[in-house]
Design a protein around this ligand. Structure first.
Ligand SMILES: Cc1cc2nc3c(=O)[nH]c(=O)nc-3n(C[C@H](O)[C@H](O)[C@H](O)COP(=O)(O)OP(=O)(O)OC[C@H]3O[C@@H](n4cnc5c(N)ncnc54)[C@H](O)[C@@H]3O)c2cc1C
Length: 465
């Protein structure tokens, strides 16, 4: 199917070629756009601040959100998304959750339909990489295609899968999972697989291992730390989940140091060797050792970077014309009182909404909004739906436990008398209530928190918290 669309605000043509249902490759005549914007820039930028418009680098959750929110606030301002992946923007969470059950190309749900962008005159340039920023003249350089002017720039470049430093990590049969291409490559090899090794007990690795088990595939998970999800969860819920996975048949190996990944006679990954010489074989290896923020683009332009593009409470970088949002950002957290970099759909979405308001407010000389959304996250691991609200001290052993039995539990983390985070498994009602309680200041009597017979929702409704 070939569809042709015209983006009036930039006077450019976009040809969309759908190869398979959910994967659309957009070929953009960017040269024409660059030429047109050049003309706009030279002739009228001095008379108004809003002719070049807003350029967003990155077509992920954050980039697409900020574009949509900008258009909701301002019907006219030109908006361009520069996205280096070839595919139409898609959601990442299904990649690890639907790997074994669905065709990943269909499971990768579009973030927004093609019509969403064309109807709103948002120019979506896929397969196009931004390689530099000239902050003096306010232009971004596009790889091999010249440059594009901006009045406001949003950096939403996300993160990439961290590479594992281990001999054999580049063998065929060793996979990572960040992009749709990664998911497609991994899914191609799943057929006929009986056993899987996962290196790294983070969210992605555990989701892949848990769903493998559900599909009859033996799963072994190696974690270098002495507990799973140590950076994200308290020891209590970390232990609870470890027990849960082990009961389901997952071989979870903690404090486990690997020496290498070794190949079979065909040169494919076939086993790992631990540092004490044990050999554990499997048909496939997946590495899930975290993500690295894509900050090189910002750093090369001299913006402040510290494991994330550094922004203020309004999500603005140290350049007043540049904002940054999503996985690539380090921001002052309203809840933890420290700076944070958060990789979650909620963070990318809510930062997109706030950045859009602040960009338009700046162009209109209005006041800015602080980013104060309560952080929340979910992860589906087999039959365990883990949900986290707030930011708590993940090293804290002293927590309040509300145990419902039957694989349902919530753990409440306090800082003094203030509730700062709630980790729940299979109790969505606690999670929803916790988000509201934390947003309202974190007032919850610990004895009430510990009592599973008192629904938290009833406390919110009656204002008894
Ligand atoms: C397998 C998986 C499962 C997940 N599951 C969950 C979950 O269950 N719950 C949850 O809350 N979160 C989950 N996440 C995290 C969530 O998907 C991310 O937090 C979210 O996608 C971040 O959005 P983003 O737009 O900041 O970054 P990204 O989604 O990484 O998008 C950034 C985009 O910018 C592009 N880009 C980078 N540099 C350039 C450049 N120079 N020029 C042009 N484009 C560029 C990148 O290629 C990418 O397409 C999951 C992530 C993965 C990988």
């Amino acid at each position: 199917m070939v569809a042709r669309r015209c983006c009036a605000s930039l006077g450019m043509e976009i040809h969309q070629v759908s190869t398979i249902a959910a994967v659309r490759v957009t070929v953009v005549r960017i040269e024409r756009m660059v030429k047109r914007q050049d003309t706009q820039h030279q002739t009228s930028r001095s008379s108004t601040d809003m002719n070049a418009g807003i350029v967003i680098v990155g077509g992920g959750q954050a980039g697409v959100q900020v574009a949509g929110s900008l258009r909701t606030i301002d019907a006219e301002i030109p908006i361009t998304i520069v996205a280096d992946e070839l595919q139409h923007p898609y959601q990442r969470p299904p990649l690890s959750k639907s790997l074994w059950s669905d065709d990943i190309s269909k499971a990768a749900i579009p973030l927004r339909s093609a019509e969403f962008f064309s109807d709103r005159k948002i120019a979506l340039l896929t397969g196009v990489r931004a390689v530099g920023i000239d902050r003096e003249t306010r232009r971004i350089d596009i790889e091999g295609r010249g440059s594009v002017p901006y009045d406001a720039l949003v950096i939403a470049t996300g993160a990439r899968a961290r590479s594992i430093r281990l001999p054999g990590a580049d063998l065929p049969g060793v996979h990572r999972l960040r992009t749709l291409d990664d998911g497609l490559a991994l899914q191609q090899e799943l057929r006929g697989v009986d056993s899987l090794l996962v290196i790294g007990a983070g969210f992605v690795g555990l989701e892949v291992a848990a769903s493998a088990l559900q599909h009859g595939v033996k799963a072994t998970v190696f974690e270098v730390q002495d507990r799973i999800l140590a950076r994200a969860l308290t020891p209590t819920i970390s232990q609870w989940l470890t027990d849960f996975h082990r009961r389901a048949g997952m071989d979870v190996r903690l404090s486990s140091i690997l020496a290498e990944i070794v190949a079979d006679e065909n040169g494919r990954a076939a086993a790992v060797i631990t540092d004490n010489g044990e050999r554990i074989g499997a048909d496939l290896v997946v590495t899930g050792v975290g993500a690295v923020p894509n900050t090189e683009f910002a750093a090369a332009a001299g913006l402040l970077v510290d494991d994330g593009v550094v922004v203020d409470e309004h999500l603005r970088t140290d350049d007043p014309a540049i904002w940054a949002i999503g996985d690539c950002v380090r921001f002052p957290s309203h809840f933890s009182g420290t700076s944070a970099r958060v990789e979650s759909v909620q963070n990318a979405t809510d930062q997109g909404i706030v950045a859009a308001k602040n960009i338009i407010a700046t162009l209109r000389d209005e006041s800015q909004e602080r980013y104060v959304a309560v952080p929340w996250f979910w992860s589906n691991q087999g039959h365990a739906r883990l949900q986290i609200a707030g930011i708590g001290d993940t090293a804290k052993a002293d927590v309040v436990i509300r145990d419902y039995g039957d694989d349902k539990i919530s753990v409440f983390v306090y800082e003094g008398e203030k509730l700062t985070a709630v980790e729940s498994v299979n109790v969505p009602a606690d999670h929803i209530a916790a988000r509201r309680i934390i947003a309202a200041g974190g007032h919850l009597d610990p004895s009430v928190a510990a009592d599973p017979t008192i629904p938290l929702k009833s406390l919110i409704d009656t204002r008894a918290i």
